[in-house]
Design a binder for this molecule. Structure first.
Ligand SMILES: Nc1ncnc2c1ncn2[C@@H]1O[C@H](COP(=O)(O)OP(=O)(O)OP(=O)(O)O)[C@@H](O)[C@H]1O
Ligand SMILES: [Mg+2]
Length: 456
């Protein structure tokens, strides 16, 4: 549907000019015509037009001059050139100057052709405008210390980070995987008084218990087999800075007791040493699990929980703040286009819609991965549906909800279950097959049957 876009048609050939004006009028566009290049330039300087359709060869200023004026008064204006026989080379030249497209003039020029090229130009313009707005939002108040988001939830998190950054209080950040816990921890460190001190991280889930202890507190030479030299622990390394204890819920109960002591006394000993070391460290802990319920289950010390939970920050799932998805998508598009040295500047409207509606189980990290992949495979300046894995669409189309639809055939149910399981496993076939209780080969055959063989 035509909106309130304004179109200027410049052609000294009255037949062609009237033909275009009539076509545009029927489509509901607000279009006016002028008879030469000079008039076109005058009008363009006075009024704002979305689109200019101009002949190349005209008395007075020619199409290229009109093109230059149009773009200099309004950078977003799109220009379509009308070419006749013998002016195709000029049209190619004009495309280099920034024309959007060209229309070939002949007896056969049809209204459909005009409609197609006009819609293409206006759609592209709309997309550019929307994407530019999103980009300007990114540089404004919707971004804080690498965190992106305009949702009220994210705004509250920015406020919280600002408030706690300058204190030494222990912060406990909870949220599902990929919601940005580490990003928030870094924002707290780098916006506070300790920003010139070190930011040190230890992932408590990645190492066996004994190693976590020596990683935290360090060890003396000979403290255990393999301790060939004295090593400083993260607590010492983080002195005057911040220590991030990632996935704290995975720490063993015995180690929790040792950690509690450091938090209470700000001192500790290296493994295998009696010498007490003083430390000045701010602790930030993160957890995917709800630590309160871990306490109730007896898996986490209550006293340590209260020590850590002085300031709780809870990060929302991405699906609870969908208004942030377009902003995040544009942010990642810019990031990965730059990293991959690609000139990609927008995301198509339909792709953006799908991204905004998808169930992001892996939260921001999953969205980031999808955009990165799309940037790598994309061959145009706009990310399109074809650049995203079919999983993104297939699941939406086959969504059966949590319940079971009475009329769905077994085949449909099976397909839907398989696609949902794949989605829940971020597209990992081995894991999805395992969880479905079928072999990867069977899964592959099923996907092939659904016509989804290659992208999954
Ligand atoms: N609000 C946000 N704005 C911009 N990027 C974000 C945001 N939240 C997360 N990210 C990005 O998403 C990715 C995952 O974030 P992060 O590592 O902080 O998540 P996490 O909650 O620690 O995940 P996990 O529980 O799996 O460790 C990172 O690349 C991060 O930069
Ligand atoms: Mg993390």
């Amino acid at each position: 549907m035509a909106g309130n876009e304004k179109i200027l048609v410049a052609d000294d050939d009255s037949l062609m000019r009237e033909f275009i004006l009539e076509t545009l009028g029927r489509l509901g566009y607000d279009a006016i015509g002028v008879v030469d290049g000079n008039q076109a330039r005058e009008v363009l300087k006075k009024e704002r037009y979305n689109l200019v359709i101009t002949d190349i060869k005209m008395p007075g200023a020619n199409g290229i001059d009109v093109l230059k004026t149009a773009m200099s008064v309004n950078a977003e204006c799109k220009v379509i050139l009308i070419t006749g026989y013998g002016t195709i080379e000029n049209a190619v030249e004009a495309m280099k100057e920034g024309a959007f497209d060209y229309l070939t003039k002949s007896e056969k020029t049809s209204p459909d052709e005009i409609e197609l090229v006009v819609k293409k130009a206006l759609n592209y313009q709309k997309l550019e405008t929307e994407n530019r707005l999103l980009r300007s939002e990114l540089s404004g108040r919707y971004a804080f210390s690498n965190m992106i988001g305009k949702s009220p939830q994210m705004q509250r998190i920015y406020d919280m980070v600002n408030t706690v950054a300058n204190s030494n209080a222990t912060v406990l950040i909870t949220g599902k995987s990929g919601t940005g816990k580490e990003l928030v921890a870094r924002a707290i460190h780098f916006n506070g008084g300790r920003k010139d001190g070190p930011f040190v991280k230890l992932n408590c889930a990645a190492l066996p218990d004994g190693l976590v202890e020596s990683e935290l507190f360090g060890h003396e030479k000979g403290a255990f087999t393999g301790a060939i030299k004295t090593v400083k622990g993260r607590f010492e390394m983080a002195d005057s800075g911040t220590l991030l204890l990632d996935e704290i819920s995975e720490m063993s109960v015995s180690l929790q007791a040792k950690l509690l002591r450091v938090l209470q006394e700000q001192q500790f000993e290296r493994v295998g040493s009696g010498h007490t070391i003083e430390t000045d460290v701010r602790i930030i802990a993160t957890s995917n699990r709800n630590l309160g319920s871990e306490v109730r289950k007896g898996k986490f010390r209550e006293d340590l929980y209260y020590r850590l939970n002085v300031i709780p920050i809870e990060l929302p799932d991405l699906s609870q703040r969908r208004e942030d998805i377009p902003l995040l998508a544009i942010h990642f598009m810019e990031k990965y286009a730059k990293l991959n040295d690609k000139n990609i500047t927008s995301i198509s409207e339909s792709s953006m819609k799908i991204l905004s509606e998808y169930n992001w189980h892996g939260n921001v990290r999953e969205l980031e991965n999808f955009i990165e992949r799309a940037i790598v495979v994309s061959r145009t300046g706009t990310l399109n549906e074809a650049d995203f894995p079919s999983q993104l669409f297939a699941v939406e189309e086959n969504e059966i909800g949590e319940g079971i639809q009475a009329k769905a055939s077994i085949h449909e149910m099976e397909k839907s279950l398989i696609l949902k399981t794949l989605q829940a496993n971020n597209g990992n076939r081995t894991r999805a097959a395992k969880s479905l209780g079928i072999t990867t080969r069977t899964l592959r055959n099923k996907l092939h049957e659904y016509g989804l063989g290659s992208n999954h």
